[in-house]
Ligand binder design. Structure first.
Ligand SMILES: [Zn+2]
Ligand SMILES: [Zn+2]
Length: 302
């Protein structure tokens, strides 16, 4: 089953010839979840062959242009492509007013947008379907900002086919065995569940944290995450600037990943002052070796 993320934009602030600003597409089976939607996102979605009609929900971290200016264009295009399915849009306060005002002078969208305003001060589940939950949690930046954690739900136990045959287990008992029950044979013999099932695959998870200063408590919000995206706008040479602008350094991103016991870290949202981000990658890897640097188009299977 698919659970992968495509980085659509890996740069901070304005687009450059190398990097678009922030947007990411998370593909979970046939559903796309878009995180942030900077200028040019619809072009990047096409470039990297993301099926835009599969977008179920959009999660906006904060109201800085480099995370949100692509929204009117993308939604207008979806409308032109005859989308009728409602779109869920999770965003900070005022996004709805801004967006509605933007589109007031143009052809109305052909599908409803359901706005959900983020207000949580503690981690809070804001979306769920059969497969996943999405939790938002506050980050710290010049304006209110939230991170998002996508986590698969626990899967049922896998029943062993050889055991079904061996004990001639009837269909009516299989569901309860998958849910953890033991099996009692006609001779009243108890067969323990562990003998009948294999444990399910571990639920996978992805967390996106942008934009933020270093936050010690963040590692608890994303504890044991499989893949952590953490902004690293600056390297150690930009430490003072990162504090002034409420951003993080690569080293700080790595400290969060280490404390969170993340399996892998992606750093991104690089300042355009870095034409080559090798130094940032090395700084992060000195603390958390399993770090990769985001590039536009980078796809990671989780
Ligand atoms: Zn930003
Ligand atoms: Zn920002």
């Amino acid at each position: 089953m698919t659970f992968s993320v495509i980085i659509l934009g890996s740069g901070a602030a304005a687009p450059t010839s190398q990097r678009y600003p922030t947007a990411q597409a998370l593909q979970i089976d046939e559903n796309i979840f878009l995180i942030d939607c900077a200028e040019g996102t619809q072009m990047q979605l096409r470039r990297y062959k993301v099926k835009i009609q599969q977008i179920k929900a959009i999660f906006i971290s904060h109201l800085h242009g480099d995370h949100v200016f692509g929204l009117p264009g993308l939604l207008s295009s979806l409308s032109m492509l005859d989308r009728t399915e409602p779109l869920q849009l999770f965003a900070p306060p005022y996004l709805e007013e801004w967006f509605t005002e933007q589109l007031k002078y143009f052809t109305p969208l052909g599908f409803p947008v359901h706005f959900h305003t983020l207000t949580a001060r503690e981690p809070e589940i804001i979306y769920e379907n059969k497969r996943i939950t999405v939790t938002c949690f506050p980050l710290k930046h010049r304006i209110p900002v939230w991170g998002f954690l996508f986590r698969e739900k626990e899967k049922a136990l896998n029943i062993r086919k050889d055991m079904i045959e061996f004990y001639q287990i009837p269909l009516r008992d299989i569901l309860s065995i998958k849910a953890g029950a033991d099996y009692i044979t006609e001779e009243r013999k108890i067969i323990p569940n562990a003998q009948l099932t294999h444990p399910p695959a571990k639920p996978r998870s992805y967390a996106c944290c942008t934009d933020t200063v270093y936050m010690e408590e963040l590692s608890q919000y994303v504890k044991d995450v499989d893949l952590l995206y953490h902004e690293a706008t600056y390297g150690n040479d930009g430490k003072a600037r990162s504090k002034e602008t409420f951003h993080s350094t690569a080293e700080e991103a790595a400290r969060v990943a280490l404390a969170a016991n993340a399996r892998k870290l992606v750093i991104g949202h690089f300042s355009s002052r870095y034409k080559d981000i090798t130094s940032l990658l090395n700084e992060a890897r000195s603390i958390f070796p399993k770090t990769v640097a985001a590039e536009d188009g980078l796809k990671i299977d989780i």
